[in-house]
Design a binder for this molecule. Sequence first.
Ligand code: MLT
Length: 428
Amino acid sequence: MSEFAEIILEGKSYQMPVVEGSENEKAIDIASLRAQSGYITLDSGYKNTGATTSAITFLDGEQGILRYRGYPIEQLAEKSNFIEVAYLLIYGSLPTEQELQDFSDRIRRHTLVNEDMRKILDGFPSTSHPMGILSALISSLTAFYPESLNPNQSQEEVDLSIIRLLAKISTIAAWSYKNSIGHPVNYPKNKLDYCSNFLHMMFAYPTEDYEINPVVVDALNKLLILHADHEQNCSTSTVRLVGSANASLYSSVSAGISALWGPLHGGANQAVIEMLEAIKADGGDSKKYIEKAKDKDDPFRLMGFGHRVYKNFDPRAKIIKKAADEVLTALGINDPILTIAKELEEAALNDPYFVERKLYPNVDFYSGIIYRAIGIPTDMFTVMFALGRLPGWIAQWKEMRENKEPIGRPRQVYTGATERDYVSIEKR
Ligand code: MLT
């Protein structure tokens, strides 16, 4: 028997259907509430609103569970690689050997970007943040591939846009970095795998040979996998919302990049490193900063702790913490800010203030330490997040399109002035 929720308004009862997900999550479908009763629901910041149904990523914030297409994040981070995970997210199942080969080969063949893109890049001042460049250049792909603007493209054409985007984003990201430091860009080397090619474009000099370190490649694969999707977060919801207006894949993803840029979203990993650096410069006393974080009159905020949906350990943080230890050991790096990070975590996990508020380290807390160790500059951290999140954005955009979801259009409760007459300027 179907389940209903009863809503009583002004003494009248309305029955709203209950929708159940494959992991027994339940939601009240209120789509017809306004038409029936005149009422809307209000949920600022969408704390309790399901904007869609989705078969891509399952997240249980109470238990600390994260799965892509049913596969636990722990298994994917240990056994898979970024391109395989991208295929899984976008197409719904793990590829066969042949499918993976074809998918990787197609991405490799599309890594080159139009030379005019370099001219656009050259127009950015050296003060540009690489996230601004990334968002602008991804949007400018619509100029090079205008056919992508057609909302009625065939699946084959959409697949080509997907391949182009996955291939070109790493070239654009690395070029935005090279441009910011005034160095010549490196062209992609298509014999390399995805992560190695990115490292080559980021770090090679035309004047020297560049050796790709497999430890760094492994670390990068892991970080990108861990960031690849996170259900309806701010940037992903942006991609779906923009895409719901029939905007192209490139414009929708460009909007997602802008959302991710915000310090409350993807910019948090940069903020964590800056905080750890500041603590180090102040003598490295983590206990002092724990006390500052608890003092409501102190503006200091402990970055990288707590999460809107995790009320338990962020499963990605557990994996990244272990990886940070392994990578730094393998590279022979002794980074004092890793020690400060561990001390902060230890102190917070044993302090009733943090325990009661369920403030656990999140994905941003340790990722910056690995990025630093592998030579990624701080203002590229959020770009790295975008590289990782791309398959998730693509998968969510594709799902939204295939489900023929209507244009996203929230309502509001108006709180402004009621009707009044225009007053001419001399009478104001
Ligand atoms: C993410 O991975 O997108 C962040 O943890 C933010 C979120 O899920 O809200």
